[in-house]
Design a protein around this ligand. Sequence first.
Ligand SMILES: C[S@@+](CC[C@H](N)C(=O)[O-])C[C@H]1O[C@@H](n2cnc3c(N)ncnc32)[C@H](O)[C@@H]1O
Length: 253
Amino acid sequence: MKRTMPTEEAIKRWNLHAERFTAGYSEFGDRSRVLFLNPTIFSLLGDVDGKLILDAGCGEGYLSRILADKGARITAIDYSEKMLELAKARTREDLEIGYYHGNCENLSFLDDEQFDTSVSNMVIQDLEDYESCLQEMYRLLKPGASFVFSILHPCFITPDSGWIRNEQGVKEYWKVCRYFYEGVYDQRLPIQSNKPIVYYHRTLSSYVKAIISAGFTIEDIVEPKPSKEVLKEYPGYEEDLNCATFMVFKLRK
Ligand SMILES: C[S@@+](CC[C@H](N)C(=O)[O-])C[C@H]1O[C@@H](n2cnc3c(N)ncnc32)[C@H](O)[C@@H]1O
């Protein structure tokens, strides 16, 4: 059965767990960001120097800070007051980042067609109304501008997906189930909370239909996979290459 959860309730949970969620972040984010997401996002964004960029769902702001260090002028938005608090506290004054409290599903306080690029890192699967967010990104971009966003791979990370282990606890294979379920489900973060952070699952075709109906053209899709060289520095991560965990889109207005 489909479960729903209003955005306001989902955000209360981000406020509750913001510190814990970002506790393992370095200036480059967490390990998944370092290994999988950052290299892909930077390659898809290309040269950002001098560009006006929207970071939609900036969280504690690591990506905004890196992009600002590369010369971009950043408008960073998050709906969690706690995340914004952390972001502001972690940001040097000389960086050109404006932090705003806002819901990515409705950013009516921002004028049309003002951004050269927009980026949203691991946020769209956290939104109840992802279709409105895509429409807002389209509205806010200049004609011809691009939108780069990452999500959990909807084909492999589904409600109740996870490793099946043998009696010795050794990982045997990755279980995927309830792929066609569309709605909210609990993350295992933090493990013991009775109010965990939530995701909203949708099928790949639902994402693609929403992208097209917002008006975008899909320019690229990447399923990030770090090189063996990089993985040598992170023992234990090889088994996570069993299937794709993330999917990154580059869209063009
Ligand atoms: C997985 S975190 C990613 C944060 C950041 N982009 C990063 O990569 O570290 C998801 C973020 O989306 C924010 N978020 C969730 N729903 C939102 C909404 N409706 N509008 C704006 N931000 C939202 C959360 O507060 C959280 O900071």
